[in-house]
Design a binder for this molecule. Structure first.
Ligand code: ADP
Length: 250
């Protein structure tokens, strides 16, 4: 089977500032990949390259076997960007309207069908926000907003869900439930790539981990990752963090 994401010898710089240096990795179907690394290590840049939102300076990135920046089947992908960059949190749209956006790529120029409406209702139900459907998105808590974006991704029936620090600004009680939901989606077959600053959460939920700091330090199964010493190498050198401070249960 063609893997969802293939990254081959990719380098990228903003103007003259190199950010990613010769990265190669593959995200396999059904992976729940946690992408970690210090602030400014290039995680968001790599995720956007993977989704074809930026072009690498050198190397090759493929989405389901097609060059990422030429990839046309947008319906297979869903991207939950960092909260502050979601422009529609400021717009006077309701939760249901945001989730319906997940169906537009399928419907094209046609009005949404009954089936589209059912998928929207099901997505709202799955993430537990049916009762908020008619509320303006600007009136939601951080956790409720992120659930709305997950519901939009669900409604789009995406095969690949990419999330960039989705729990920033989310109340602590909702974080665990949110990651349990991601775990269930992954068990149902959705491939997930997650950037998350709370490494403990990643260790608890992701089956694969990749650690970035300009270059790729390690990319392997979570347990193997913990045994590899990559965490200590990258984070001790940058932040002086002890592994005990990371909070994982694995
Ligand atoms: P991370 O997600 O790991 O925090 P980013 O990919 O956001 O890292 O950023 C990597 C580096 O690139 C940082 O030094 C950041 O300041 C820089 N950077 C990010 N976006 C831009 C941009 N649009 N223009 C110039 N530099 C940028």
């Amino acid at each position: 089977m063609t893997p969802p994401i293939t990254v081959e010898n990719v380098s990228f710089a903003y103007d003259e500032q190199p950010v990613l240096n010769n990265i190669s990795m593959t995200v396999e179907d059904g992976d729940f990949l946690g992408l970690i690394g210090p602030n400014g290590s290039g995680k968001t840049t790599l995720l956007q390259l993977m989704l074809g939102l930026k072009k690498p300076d050198s190397g090759r990135i493929e989405l389901y076997g097609t060059r990422a920046d030429k990839y046309k089947q947008g319906t297979r992908l869903a991207y939950v960007a960092q909260q502050s960059t979601e422009a529609d949190t400021m717009m006077p749209v309701t939760v249901r309207e945001v989730v319906r956006m997940g169906r537009y790529a399928h419907a094209g120029l046609m009005p949404l069908s009954e089936t589209d409406g059912r998928l929207v209702d099901e997505a709202l139900e799955t993430v537990g926000i049916s009762d908020l459907a008619d509320r303006k998105i600007s009136r939601l808590s951080g956790g409720q907003k992120q659930r709305t974006y997950i519901a939009r991704a669900l409604a789009s029936e995406a095969d690949l869900l990419a999330l960039d620090e989705p729990t920033v600004g989310v109340d602590a009680d909702s974080v665990e439930a949110f990651y349990d939901l991601l775990g269930e989606l992954n068990e149902d077959g959705m491939t997930i790539v997650l950037i998350e600053h709370d490494i403990g959460v990643v260790i608890d939920h992701a089956n694969m981990m990749a650690c970035l700091d300009g270059k790729l330090y390690e990319h392997c199964e979570t347990q193997q990752f913990l045994e590899s010493g990559a965490l200590e190498r990258v984070f001790n050198s940058t932040h002086g963090l002890a592994p005990g401070q990371l909070g994982g249960r694995a």
